[in-house]
Design a protein around this ligand. Sequence first.
Ligand code: SF4
Length: 329
Amino acid sequence: MKTVTYSKNIFIPVTDLCRNRCGYCSFRKDLEDARLISRSQALRLMEEGALAGCCEALFTMGEMPWTVPGFSQILSAGKASDLMDYLVELSELALEHGLLPHTNAGLLDEDDLRRMQPYNASMGLMLETTARLEAHAHSPGKDPQLRQEYMTLAGRLRIPFTTGILVGIGESRQDRLDSLQRIAHLHHELGHIQEVIIQPLDPKPGTPSAGWLHPAMDELCQTVEAARCILPQEVAIQIPPNLVDPLPLLSCGASDLGGISPVTSDGISPERPWPREEELREKLKGYSLRERLPVYPRFISLGWHGSRTHRLVASLAGSDGLRAKKYIF
Ligand code: SF4
């Protein structure tokens, strides 16, 4: 029976201020509306997550918010003086609550990436695409070259890494193949890619993407099949079960459902509820649904997960490297 994995997580939106303006984003806020999550809000989520048996704290934020004029006011309103210090503080809090941090903070410089590494079981950054698209015309951080350089740096630092591509943002089929080939190349070179997300566009009202089309299922199936051919077998293909019916894509080669939360909504698409575990089990009869940690078993064996996460990983992982304990949603 084919195994399908997922991670039980909580989503922690550290800040929604972002220097980019991607054409499909409803997460980012302008300075007047942007916020930094407070310690008490983060703590409450972590307590709820721990109670619900989660094992991952997914830290997400807009990219390089410190380059947006006025960010210092948001920081000081949140009683923080430095965003990286604050991230470290929240990561330590997560570990104290039995939650393994996985941070996707957009592009970081090498010092900041090195700073975050010990506290993270794994880290992530979507490549999205190697193409230069209108959707990224106002997003300097979506320069494909910069993102590949960041992924290379993460590989050199031996950080277990999650990346992925977006489908339906104006890229061509060939662009998708090129993007997957670039990811495969990086993995062949550095060996750090644990999973690749095939993420369909979810057009958001009030954004330029509002009138764009959801990618069709046959397009997604072709993309997953191509990904399975291009990427080494050890790299999992992830699909988000709140955005797309997972069944056809699992039969095309996907094997992971990503983070699913019994506590928080999908912070990027909050209007798309997570399926409940029992619904998934019913839907995925014929597959063995297993919970995993935010770091894949191979990287636990290699010891690549952050040094401060080792003790917690050892207590959460079973002999096969997936999650040992079984909790009910
Ligand atoms: S980088 Fe992320 S948060 Fe910023 S605008 Fe783009 S999608 Fe939104």
